[in-house]
Design a protein around this ligand. Structure first.
Ligand code: DX5
Ligand code: ZN
Length: 214
């Protein structure tokens, strides 16, 4: 599996060192952008992403938890971001159009849903989105407990992608750790986002390697 550690759990007083750590051990670098409206928290924006983009040696994976994701696509592309996910809850019927905008800027497009959204709501975007982000906690905060029902949601989505003969990565985000990583792989997850379990580990490089090999 691919490991995309969430910088939200990093030490913000040492961001350069934290990114250098991810340059060594991560597959992607997960950047959580929150606007305080779609989710009840604010994280960081371009004042952090612009400088980080200059030292990030792994693909940047931006998770937009904002009500108007399309406002930020061009700046993300200018920063060299590879993967952009936005929430179905924010985009609604504009979801296909937003996927098209991301593609036209040369980036991969992902559609994210919170745990209370029916996973079948993603089915119309199979064959359009490059990846799907299944939240295994409610978006907004790191350090929450993994919701086990997420495993069934991932399996349902994986089965439908396969049934249609399409390809898409499934990324899972929230409460991911070594204790649930192999169950996630068996359910059909491809990309593990992990904040606390990487950055709060005594050995973050070993934690990333263990998730990848789960
Ligand atoms: C939550 C964010 C997550 C979060 C994951 O809204 O989308 O990426 O940082 O953190 P952990 O792994 O601590 O649950
Ligand atoms: Zn995230």
């Amino acid at each position: 599996m691919l490991v995309s550690p969430s910088l939200l759990a990093a030490d913000f007083l040492s961001l350069r060192t934290e990114v250098e750590l991810l340059n060594k051990g991560a597959d992607w670098i997960h950047l959580d952008v929150m606007d305080g409206t779609l989710v009840p928290n604010i994280s960081f924006g371009f004042s952090v992403i612009d400088p980080l983009s200059k030292i990030a040696a792994k693909p940047m994976d931006t998770h937009l938890m904002v009500v108007h994701p399309e406002r930020w696509f061009e700046r993300l592309a200018a920063d060299g971001v590879s993967y952009v996910s936005f929430h179905l809850e924010a985009a609604g019927r504009r979801t296909s159009a937003l996927i098209g905008q991301i593609h036209s800027l040369g980036m991969k497009a992902g559609v994210a849903i919170n745990p209370d959204i029916e996973v079948s709501k993603l089915f119309p975007y199979i064959g359009k989105a490059d990846f799907f982000l299944i939240m295994s906690v409610f978006a907004g905060f790191g350090g929450q407990k993994f919701i086990y029902e997420s495993l069934d949601r991932i399996a349902t989505l994986r089965a439908e992608i396969t049934r249609r003969g399409c390809e898409a990565l499934i990324e899972v985000d929230g409460g991911v750790s070594e204790s649930n990583a192999s169950a996630l792989r068996q359910s059909g997850a491809d990309v593990l986002v992990a904040g606390s379990s990487v950055f709060r580990s005594d050995d973050p490089l070993a934690a990333m390697a263990a998730l990848r090999q789960a």
